[in-house]
Write a protein that binds this ligand. Structure first.
Ligand SMILES: *Cc1c(COP(=O)(O)O)cnc(C)c1O
Length: 406
């Protein structure tokens, strides 16, 4: 017997669950691309993309995934041979650094490992040491989806300022936008990268790059910039086709417009942030309880530095891998793989997994995933502590606090 028939649930950090409203908005004949509704909708989407990042900056939309978003940012920021300071707190920070290196940027890396946030003091020291002021940008992830660490972006800005360094602050918010509070202008972010398929609840296929007036000025003439990737015409088009340097991603625009309407105008960002925070705490509470009676631990020890859209955890002795398989085959729930924590050929690879709680997720979905995980631990005899589901329910009910979080 399998209990997996029924509606499957993808609890992975992207693509996230798509609202039926978003899917329905996309289910239509190809629209007129020359004039009319699509043009109006594109302008609405651009305005809402600025609202969702709390910014007055420009935004360019690309037909790309997050990796394309990194390269779009690189192409506009850097010239060949320019210097960058890449902050690594997980596999995605590394990915961005590698993409810049491959494009001919001289990247200096500071690696904070897979279980800790970036230390702003070390960033400040690295910038002070750059006496010729050659570093053009500092790149880092807000939430690194591999480790689930959340970096304190405002503190990194303060470190750059304290060093008196002119470097741009470039942030990957692919996993956090719409989930964790993010304030592009208040936090002094110069370049921000995101994508459609995580907190923005839309199919993979769109990447976004916001850039401040200062970023535009400082990077004028960057020679990695080619016509397709140039953010200028996309952000301030004289003709509609310039938004996308060619044919518009018509259906994605309809889907994204609906998703942004739900997130920004109906629920509202503060409510969406609070929802993610509460669901994340329910997940953390469950893991804390499981960890009392088994080799189970959250990847990020300090709750102040955990992202609220995804939780990375360790379940030792290959338990994570076996549990993922059981949840998929026996219960219709797909959990995220333990990305970047160990290589796939390493026996420890099976010790890590991730639970996503990003985007179109509510209490019943998250509590359901946790219940299924507990059932799997019982079925597989994975040693675990008691009381996880009661603790998670307590968080949802509003009466349970996480140790270490005030
Ligand atoms: C998902 C993700 C990426 C990569 O996005 P793709 O769409 O898979 O290319 C990059 N950075 C972060 C923080 C992510 O969460």
């Amino acid at each position: 017997m399998s209990l997996s028939n029924g509606r499957p649930y993808l609890a992975i950090p992207g693509p996230s669950v798509m609202p039926d409203r978003v899917l329905r908005a996309m289910h239509r004949a190809a629209p007129n691309i020359y004039e009319g509704a699509l043009h109006d909708l594109t302008r609405d989407v651009v305005a809402d993309l600025k609202r969702v990042a709390l910014t007055d900056a420009h935004v360019a939309i690309y037909i790309a995934n997050g990796h394309g978003g990194w390269e779009a940012a690189n192409a506009n920021i850097f010239s060949r041979g320019d210097h960058a300071l890449a902050i690594l707190t997980g596999r995605f920070g590394l990915g961005w650094a590698l993409s810049a290196e491959a494009m001919g940027v001289q990247v200096q890396r500071i690696d904070f490992g897979r279980q800790s946030p970036a230390d702003p003091d070390r960033i400040e020291a690295a910038l002070r040491a750059d006496t010729d002021r050659r570093i053009k940008a500092v790149t880092l992830t807000h939430v690194d989806t591999a480790s689930s660490v959340r970096n304190d972006i405002a503190a990194v800005r303060a470190a750059i300022d304290a060093a008196g360094h002119p470097a741009l602050l470039a942030v990957d918010a692919i996993a956090s936008l719409g989930c964790d509070p993010l304030k592009m202008d208040d936090w002094g972010i110069d370049v921000l990268v995101a994508a459609s398929q995580k907190g923005l609840m839309t199919p993979p296929g769109l990447a976004f790059v916001w850039f401040s007036a200062r970023a535009r000025e400082v990077t004028r003439g960057a020679d990695l910039r080619t016509p397709y990737w140039d953010w200028g015409p996309r952000a301030t088009p004289a003709q509609y086709y310039q938004y996308f340097a060619g044919t518009a991603p018509t259906h994605h625009i309809y889907g994204l417009a609906e998703a942004l309407k739900m997130l920004v105008h109906e629920e509202g960002l503060p409510a969406a942030w609070a929802r993610h925070a509460t669901l994340a705490r329910a997940v953390w509470a469950a893991f804390e309880a499981w960890g009392q009676g088994g080799d189970i631990a959250l990847n990020i020890a300090d709750p102040a530095f955990r992202g609220t859209s995804v939780t990375a955890a360790r379940i030792g002795d290959g338990g994570a891998g076996r549990l993922r398989r059981w949840c998929e085959e026996e219960a219709g729930v797909t959990l995220g793989i333990g990305l970047g924590m160990a290589e796939p050929t390493d026996p420890a690879y099976g010790d890590f997994l991730r639970v996503a709680h990003m985007g179109h997720v509510n209490a019943h979905m998250t509590l359901g995933v946790l219940s299924v995980m507990e059932a799997g631990m019982r079925a597989l005899n994975v040693p675990h502590g008691d009381g996880a589901l009661a603790a998670a329910a307590g968080v949802v009910a509003g009466g349970y606090s996480i140790s270490g979080l005030h």
